[in-house]
Design a protein around this ligand. Sequence first.
Ligand code: F0G
Length: 460
Amino acid sequence: MRKYSLPPYKIKMVEPIELISREERIKKLKEAGYNPFRLRSEDVYIDLLTDSGTGAMSHFQWAALMQGDESYAGSKSFYRLEKVVKDITGYKYIMPAHQGRGAEQVVIPELVTKDNMYFISNIHFDTTRAHVEIAGARAIDCVIPECFNLKEYHPFKGNFDLVKLEEIILDKGQENIAGIIMTITNNSAGGQPVSIENMKAVYEIAKKHSITLLIDGARYAENAYYVKHREKGFENKTIREIAKEAFDLADIFLMSAKKDGLVNIGGIIAIKEDFELFQKCQTNIVPKEGFPTYGGLAGRDMDALAVGLGEALEESYLAYRIDEVKYLGDLLRDAGVPIQYPTGGHAVFVDCGEIAPHIPFNEFPAQAVSNALYIEGGIRPVEIGSLLLGRDPDTKENMKADKEFMRLTIPRRTYTMEHLRYVAESLIRVYNNRENIKGLKFTYESPILRHFTAEFEPAE
Ligand code: F0G
């Protein structure tokens, strides 16, 4: 048997990329204020900032674009998308959104019906947390502790801590819980999957306490692939069947379609059967995203998405996708580079707290390693650590993240294993020279979401 799956596609269109010289990279990074977010993509050789909207569409999707019906209301494109989403989820009410956070801003405020409410998630994604807070509620994370034990294998590190979940509900009062959000896969700690067994248990708890359960399913297809390969009893089920089982165990599905929708822009709101909630969301979507049958998308975007959703559920595609990430993770682990193990669906999370223990958290070790990797190989990763976390709103002090992660996020169907081998080789060289990596000090820091625009200089 092969160690890694084969790609089930060939390349028929290419986009040139260029590796600028080391001297130029040093200059560009300095001009960017030592913040990879501020680099121009033309100065990046391999862009691993995100897997969101960065993937390649198939020729079927490009063909579907041509069928786009650009009617404002009730377009054919919408009904094609609606049918696909209904088939996959079994849910009754479907609305498109321009992307994941668009879906969040329509639905989340409708669930926050009074003051002092809470959402509970395995881990809220940043924009989900932001929309919870904007709606006046608070976000509590409730993932199993094994999630942060990076070196230890666990098949479902995204699982909810069920004991803690019940405790939070009892402590806060079930009437004060606006919703439980099941993030699959669990992005923030390494694209880690959640088992169907855990979803079932969470759903039972939610129902017992009359709480709405939402799936934040940007990477639901990758999650289903893990269930098939790691959870007993699912070996012989199709990815579609497993995904359907997951949707049966929730009330609402929110999706950033820029991931497992295999499109460059798009989002989905799907509601299982609550007609009243659907009506409220229909009212809310108009001023925020657009008329309910386009939600911020062009007809052609909806057609590309209708096709992409089907392709992302194909097992041969998922096998290669998951193995590509694993391949990069294996090369790094074999060389001693500390990573979240096992690797997840969309990215390798590198533990920079361990790589650069000489850099204090408020000089941002993962940002420093990311910069070193850019200079070494023209590769752009993203920091998911104390820089992203920000400052305490009350004390204004820098908060310390549990883990100082550098995320190497793999766009779908975009890079080859050869590219990823180059990424591993570059990072291994950085790792072998890790004592020389220096921390960073702010020269500019914006009051919110500082990681996008901050500028730094190397600390002494
Ligand atoms: N939920 C999850 C789990 C996500 O990973 C994202 C986006 C969103 C919601 C928001 O969706 O970007 O379409 O508005 N994640 C990207 C990332 C940005 O890089 O991880 P969006």
